[in-house]
Design a binder for this molecule. Sequence first.
Ligand code: URA
Ligand code: CA
Length: 433
Amino acid sequence: MNILQLIEKKKLGGAFSQEEIGQIVSSYSGGSLPDYQMAALLMAIYFKGMTEKETLDLTQAMVQSGDSLDLSDIKGVRVDKHSTGGVGDTTSLILGPILAACGLVVAKMSGRGLGHTGGTLDKLDAIPGFSSDLSEEAFMDQANAIGLVIGGQSASLTPADKKMYALRDATGTVNSMPLIASSIMSKKIAIKNDILVLDVKAGEGAFMENKEAAEELAQLLVKIGQGAGRKVAALVTSMDQPLGQAIGNSLEVIEAIECLKGRGPKDLYDLVLALAQKALVLAGEEDPDQAKKRVEEALEKGLALDKFRDMVIYQGGDPACIGDYALLPSCAYSLEVKAPRSAFIKRLPALEIGEIARDLGAGRLSLEDELDLGAGLVLEKKQGDFVEKGQGLCRLYANDEDKLQLAQARFLEVLEFSDEAPKNQDLILSIVE
Ligand code: URA
Ligand code: CA
């Protein structure tokens, strides 16, 4: 079929064969299929969807559009983690060192943040001297030496996804289940890990706004991963409010280090623990309680913090910042937002709070924007907490006093109070495997 016939086919709700999908992806990434036809096709997929088989085929075609990273030279059980993107989600910086301390190998490629969600590479940039721009050789050597490396996404992996994602972003076709699933999983499958733990976020601050949609995505991701020979599990977790207290790059590095020192916020710790436990069980630990014990021990004995320090040193960063946060980027100004009345906090919406942190300088609207690594906010109260009038709700950090004033006004606008204690929201909504 020619491309026009393929567009017609999807427009009428037909399903593509593996060959047809291969043809579409290779001609688009090769440049012979123009953006306008690909855009029409993506819009048809957006409205008509794809079968599970088509989604698997699309994922594989995107993997085959570029190189794969063979990790077989790295000894040990190799594990990767992926989150579908949240606000204040610092888990990778904590989970990686914990799993490495438990004897697994975490050789991870991360991305940068966009909009209200943060990216792990941006957070790591806050560590003075740290580089995530590693050669393949340096990446492999470090994984072998210390069991932990976090580098940038190699340009040679899944070029079709890069091109398709940019087009989706410009044509209103990001929010499609098969397109999201194949995009995420192509990048994960192109790196040949043994185990993959997924954190699929549900809520207003996430791609999937409710639990049901997030579960559907989680099931699809797990099936694609298993189809590619990985051991996979997915947690569906709430992203109604930001995770932990800190949102911002330096601020989240501090929060991650605090967590590794055993002093992190409870919700962040609980999520890290659940993901770590799942990874250890997939790696062969038969008893989940024993897996939990191993995680607790890695933290209590300081082994996870040691792994974090090793990673910082290997990647050129200054390890002194682990003991002295003043060495991390900070801001000239800060402001504590005070409660206008005594009440419970009913809603602390992740999306809006993420946008406030972004506008303070912690995030970017377009990939070329420069970040202010010290900027962001630290929540002093979370959903369900009671606050007395005049007590601190959060502290804002910026290098521009006007931005602080705007952020304060917006924070007070998006927060919702209630006189009754709101119902406690679960953080971990379900587990798919
Ligand atoms: N993350 C991705 O990598 N791709 C998507 O399409 C959505 C989220
Ligand atoms: Ca956080």
